[in-house]
Design a protein around this ligand. Structure first.
Ligand code: CU
Length: 236
């Protein structure tokens, strides 16, 4: 026999579990501080998905709890009540339509965010980023200068022109939230707009050999004056 009195308990428990998870993930974020204009788009997608996932999780937990508690046979009868499956199609249709709508909505949001990230190739500053086992090198074609670190101006759009001299590497600065494979034989461009002055670590994110974990670089983001000053003496 169906026992509807469990509904408040089921609703409260499911909300508590998924609300608790959401609190945990937002209280202790998995991402470091955001330091680029692109990071806002990635974080929006990440946090939006987190909300959707917690809601879906609540529905699933509620459904399982409800089935376990509401349909439990306390009489321990030999044979249970007849199960009425006539409304099953309705549940299936609702679940299918809901999933399709959610998938399309997420795909629309995803393409919009992706366009915001890679749709506009315009840039203020060009930097050629050359990867090789196990170091990074930076060249500024306009300033005609080589750099031992990636020097960037706050608020400017930088076009990073990525090439590899040997194997596949990947450019990754977690604070910028962008990651791009660097493939030998290919020239791949990527736009980054740093928004916070500071020093960050550039990591290689593709296993590229025995020295992979040491393949790190320094990224320094400075204000306009410091950026101009830096190139006065040529290479840095
Ligand atoms: Cu590498």
């Amino acid at each position: 026999m169906k026992n509807k009195s469990v509904i408040p308990f089921v609703a409260a428990t499911a909300s508590l579990i998924s609300g608790g998870l959401y609190w945990l993930f937002t209280r202790y974020p998995m991402m470091p501080e955001a330091a680029s204009a692109q990071a806002a788009h990635v974080d929006l997608a990440w946090n939006g998905l987190l909300i959707v996932e917690c809601l879906i999780y609540a529905v699933i937990v509620a459904f399982i709890l409800y089935c376990v508690l509401a349909f439990r046979d306390y009489t321990r009868a030999e044979q249970g009540d007849k199960f009425d499956a006539s409304r099953g199609h309705l549940v299936e249709a609702a679940w299918l339509l809901g999933s399709v709508a959610l998938t399309l909505a997420l795909a629309a949001l995803g393409s919009q965010e992706l366009r915001a990230l890679i749709g506009n190739p315009e840039a203020d500053i060009d930097v050629e980023v050359r990867a090789q086992q196990y170091s990074w090198e930076f060249y500024y074609p306009k300033q005609k200068a080589f750099g031992a670190k990636l020097f960037m101006e706050k608020g400017k759009r930088h076009r990073l022109i990525l090439t590899s001299q040997d194997v596949v590497h990947a450019f990754w600065v977690p604070e910028f939230r962008i990651k791009q494979d660097v493939v030998p034989g290919k020239v791949i461009s990527m736009i980054v707009t740093p928004t916070k002055v500071g020093e960050y670590t550039l990591l290689c994110n593709q296993l590229c050999g025995r020295g992979h974990t040491e393949m790190q670089g320094i990224v320094e983001v400075v204000e306009h004056e410091a950026f101009e000053e830096n190139f006065k003496a040529g290479d840095f």
